[in-house]
Unconditional design. Structure first.
Length: 434
C-alpha cells in the first residue's frame, strides 16, 4: 500500500487532529487542504473543490436543522416527556434493558420505518435524565445507536439495506461478475454477527460500570410538568411525527417531511405561530454544528475524489498482494477502512472499491461469495468510527445536547473499536473460507 499516498496522509492528519481534540469541523478542513496540496492541487483549487462539494450533503444538513426544530417543538408539547416516562416504566432500573431497547428501536430506523437518524434528536434528549439517574455510560448508548444505524443495512435486504445490497450487486455486474441480491444477502450475515458481538461486548463488558453525569438544563428542551395522559396537544404532536414519516416515504425527502411535520404542529395549534423563531433557533443550536460537519465532510470527500488518488490507492493493492488470498483480503479490507473513514459513506465507497476488487478478487481465486463479502465489508468498514459519518454524528447529536458527550472519544473511538475490529476479523475469515 502507498503509505505516502495523499489520501492516506490526509486521513491520518484528520484522525490525529480529532484524537487531540482539535475541533472536528476544522480538522476536516485541514485534512482536505493536506489532501489537495500533497496531490498537486493548488490551495485555491482545493478550497474551490471543498466548497463546491459541500452541496453533496446539503439535504442531510437541512434535515438535521429541521429535525432539530421538530424535536424542540415535540418537546414543548410534552409528548417526548410522556414517551420518556413510558419507557422509564418499562425498563424501571434495568439500565442494560434500556440500552438494548434503544438499539432495537434504532434498527427499525433502517427498514421498518426508514427514517435513518431522524428519530435521534426527538427521542434521545428526552431520555438523558433517565440515563443520568441510572448512571448509564453514554458510550454504550452511542454503540447501541450506531449498531442500529449500521447493522440492518449490512445484513437485512429491506429499506436502506436493500439499497446497500443492490449497489453491491449492480457494481459487481458492472465489473464483470454476475451477482444477485440473494447472493449478497446470503453472505452479509457474516459481518452482522461481528456487529452483534461488538454490541454485546460494549454493553455487558466495556461500558457496564456506572458513569456520573450532571443533570443539566437542555436549552430548547425544557422539562414540562405534564400529565401522563395523552391530551389533544400530544395527539397533534404525534400526528406531526407521523406526517414526517409518511411524507418522507412518499417523496423520498427527509427535509420536506420535517417541514411538513412542523407545519402540522402549527396548523393544529399544538405550537403557537409566535414560537417559530424559538423553534428554529433551538433546532440550529441543537443540530447546527452537526449539520455543518456533514456539509464540510461532503466537501472533503469531493476533494479526495478530485485528487484521483483514491483510485490510485485502491489500485495499488494489486501490486503488493502477490498470490496470497489472506494478504489480498487483509489489504483490501484495510484500504476499504481508510477510504470510508475519509469519505464517511459506506454507500459512496462501494463503486470506488468494486472497480478494482472485482478483477483482483477473481485473479486471486476468490469465489463470488468471497468477493461480495470483501466489497460489502470494505465498504462498511470505517462508517463506524469516522468523524464525518452520520452513523457517529447522529448519536452525538442526541447524546451531546447537554454538552457532556465528546464526539471523538465518546462516540467515534468506542464505535470504531467495537465494530470495525469485529467487522475486519469476520470479513477476513469469511473471505478466506468461502
Amino acid at each position: 500500500m502507498e503509505f505516502f499516498n495523499p489520501v492516506v496522509i490526509s486521513i491520518a492528519v484528520m484522525i490525529v487532529l480529532c484524537l487531540l481534540k482539535f475541533n472536528v469541523f476544522l480538522s476536516i478542513i485541514v485534512a482536505a487542504i493536506v489532501a489537495g496540496i500533497f496531490s498537486g492541487m493548488s490551495l485555491s483549487d482545493t478550497m474551490t473543490t471543498l466548497v463546491g462539494g459541500m452541496g453533496g450533503n446539503a439535504e442531510t444538513a437541512l434535515s438535521y436543522i429541521l429535525l432539530g426544530a421538530l424535536a424542540v417543538a415535540v418537546s414543548k408539547t410534552g409528548l417526548a416527556s410522556i414517551l420518556a416516562k413510558k419507557i422509564s416504566q418499562v425498563v424501571k432500573n434495568k439500565k442494560i434493558t434500556l440500552i438494548l431497547l434503544i438499539a432495537f428501536i434504532s434498527c427499525f430506523s433502517q427498514n421498518l420505518i426508514p427514517v435513518h437518524i431522524a428519530f435521534i434528536p426527538i427521542l434521545i434528549p428526552s431520555l438523558l435524565s433517565l440515563m443520568n439517574k441510572l448512571k448509564i455510560d453514554r458510550r454504550a448508548v452511542a454503540c447501541a445507536l450506531t449498531f442500529g444505524l449500521k447493522t440492518p443495512y449490512i445484513a437485512i435486504p429491506v429499506g436502506f439495506g436493500l439499497i446497500f445490497q443492490n449497489i453491491i450487486r449492480d457494481q459487481m455486474i458492472a465489473n464483470g461478475i454476475d451477482a444477485t441480491t440473494n447472493m449478497v444477502t446470503g453472505v452479509m450475515w457474516i459481518p452482522a454477527i461481528g456487529m452483534i458481538l461488538g454490541l454485546l461486548v460494549a454493553v455487558f463488558i466495556t461500558y457496564r460500570k456506572p458513569r456520573d453525569y450532571k443533570d443539566m438544563k437542555i436549552e430548547g428542551l425544557e422539562e414540562n410538568q405534564i400529565d401522563e395522559k395523552m391530551t389533544t396537544k400530544h395527539w397533534c404532536a404525534l400526528l406531526g411525527a407521523i406526517t414526517a414519516f409518511v411524507v418522507q416515504i412518499l417523496t423520498g425527502s427527509l427535509p420536506l417531511g420535517g417541514l411538513c411535520a412542523i407545519i402540522v404542529l402549527f396548523v393544529t395549534k399544538a405550537i403557537k405561530f409566535s414560537e417559530i423563531d424559538e423553534l428554529v433557533d433551538g433546532g440550529i443550536k441543537m443540530m447546527g454544528l452537526i449539520a455543518f460537519i456533514m456539509l464540510v465532510a461532503a466537501g472533503y470527500a469531493s476533494v479526495l475524489r478530485e485528487t484521483g488518488e483514491v483510485e490510485t490507492l485502491v489500485a495499488s493493492v494489486s501490486g503488493i498482494v502477490g498470490n496470497s488470498k489472506f494478504i489480498g483480503a487483509l489489504i483490501m479490507l484495510l484500504v476499504g477502512l481508510l477510504v470510508t473513514m475519509g469519505i464517511g459513506s459506506s454507500f459512496g465507497t462501494l463503486p470506488i472499491i468494486a472497480a478494482i476488487y472485482c478483477p483482483l478478487g477473481l485473479s486471486l481465486g476468490f469465489s463470488i461469495q468471497a468477493i461480495i463479502l470483501l466489497i460489502g465489508v470494505a465498504g462498511a468498514l470505517g462508517d463506524a468510527g469516522s468523524p464525518a459519518s452520520d452513523s457517529t454524528l447522529g448519536p452525538t447529536a442526541g447524546l451531546n445536547v447537554d454538552k457532556q458527550h465528546d464526539h471523538i472519544w465518546d462516540t467515534c473511538v468506542p464505535t470504531f473499536l467495537h465494530y470495525n475490529i469485529p467487522l475486519f476479523i469476520f470479513g477476513l475469515i469469511g473471505a478466506v473460507i468461502l
